[in-house]
Write a protein that binds this ligand. Structure first.
Ligand code: SAH
Ligand code: SF4
Length: 403
């Protein structure tokens, strides 16, 4: 491992070209039925559409191919016809950085949609002992304004499409060499063990439950057993507390749930996590209690960012434990990751440990989350901060030269 963060030298081929609207629609991110219907609309005979959809599904999600010509179990004529109508392109990689701790961050650019401009988002890969987690973004910016979160200071630009959410997983697997060789005989299956990306967390930029339909479609594709095959037990969706859509997540998606709790009283949570004004703590916890399938083996994660002098007293630790009584829960204490101008400080380490002791004594194990990738601004709540600053610097120098 090198001692400084590395900026990967990208090939000319994946440098951003400056993208307008995508030329052709993509087949990535369409659920099975939509894929089948799209093929039928494109002239694939009705009787064949189901089989063709399964074949394409396999190539896209098991093999990770990006070119119709590689889909060797379909006729050349069909492959050419599909290539003329549809695209399978990956987003452009604007920047790829590797932290000293092995965390990897991609700044990705997606084409403009409608009247908008191309958008940039970040995806982070966190390797750990025995597993690797991909932190995926759901929106460009966020409509919410949690005081400690850098994404909350950014203008909400738009929701990501299901294609763009999935594309983050496909691109990361490709860059990490995590797809089986595209040239192995047909019938390759996703290996059960040894995959670099074993877990997905919807904890990147944005509030996933304000983009419910696209997140749902992407996660159902990611967990499909004949495709990417990521078990729903290994996919965690984090929400700041959109109560009606927590019920829908349980009923319609069935992945693991994480709640950005951060405060134990409504008056403080109203400040820190403003969505609380709409859905206060009692309603949020009712939705958690009703989450389907909870057990000791399937718990809700409660995230709690440690803010010095704000939410880190021992009385608050005890209240947290009291509030969560009866809910199969894990508590994740997150040391606050600072960013310029946040106005918050991270709690002292000693305070975090005593807070953790109270939580531990109540039966919750190893709850402090080690910050990862701080040197490349990849830690929770820091996404886009470095690139934003870079843009500001560019803007400043442009302003200076215009003056
Ligand atoms: N919008 C969703 C998911 C993205 S944020 C949500 O709020 O749950 C992922 C996690 O990082 C959340 O728990 C969020 O509160 C936390 N977080 C945000 N900014 C942070 C910061 N500066 N330091 C530590 N954690 C932060
Ligand atoms: Fe949005 Fe989550 Fe950040 Fe709050 S913590 S501003 S909901 S991304």
């Amino acid at each position: 491992m090198s001692e400084t963060a590395t900026l990967i030298d990208l090939d000319a081929g994946i440098r951003p070209q400056g993208m307008g609207e995508p030329e052709k629609p993509s087949l990535i991110g369409l659920g099975r039925e939509r894929l089948q219907a799209t093929l039928a609309d494109a002239g694939v005979p009705e009787k064949q559409a189901r089989m063709r959809a399964s074949q394409i599904w396999h190539w896209l999600y098991v093999r990770g191919v990006t070119d119709f010509s590689q889909m060797t179990n379909m006729s050349k004529a069909l492959r050419e016809d599909l290539a003329n109508r549809f695209a399978l392109t990956r987003p452009d990689i604007v920047e790829e950085q590797v932290s000293v701790d092995g965390t990897r961050k991609w700044l990705l650019r997606f084409p403009a949609r409608g009247a908008g401009r191309p958008v940039d988002i970040e995806t982070v890969y966190i390797p750990e002992e025995g597993r690797g987690t991909l932190c995926v973004s759901s929106q460009v910016g966020c409509t919410l304004t949690c005081t400690f979160c850098h994404t909350g200071t950014q203008r909400m630009v738009r929701n990501l499409t299901s294609e763009e959410i999935l594309a983050q997983i496909l691109l990361a697997r490709e860059r990490l060499g995590d797809f089986p060789d595209a040239h192995t005989p047909q019938g390759a299956i996703v290996p059960k063990d040894g995959r670099l990306i074993s877990n997905i967390v919807m904890m990147g930029m944005g509030e996933p439950l304000y983009n419910f339909d696209n997140v749902k479609e992407a996660l159902l594709i990611a967990s499909d057993g004949d495709g990417l095959s990521l078990s729903k037990r290994r996919i965690t969706l984090s929400t700041s507390g959109h109560v009606p859509n927590i019920y829908r997540t349980g009923d319609e998606i069935g992945v693991m749930l994480a709640i950005s709790m951060h405060a134990v009283r409504d008056d403080l949570r109203n400040e820190l996590v403003p969505i609380n004004r709409k859905w206060p703590i009692a309603e949020l916890l009712d939705a958690c209690r009703a989450y389907p399938g909870l057990s000791n083996a399937k718990r809700i994660t409660f995230e709690y960012v440690m803010l010095k002098g704000i939410n880190d007293s021992l009385a608050e630790a005890r209240e947290l434990v009291r509030l969560l009584k009866g809910i199969p829960a894990k508590i994740n204490l997150i040391p606050f990751n600072p960013w310029p101008g946040s106005g918050h400080e991270c709690s002292d380490w000693e305070q975090i440990e005593t807070f953790a002791d109270v939580v531990n004594r109540a039966g919750y194990a190893s709850p402090i989350r080690t910050p990862r990738g701080r040197d490349i601004f990849a830690a929770c709540g820091q996404l886009k901060s470095a690139s934003q600053r870079m843009k500001k610097r560019d803007r400043d120098s442009a302003d200076a030269s215009a003056a």
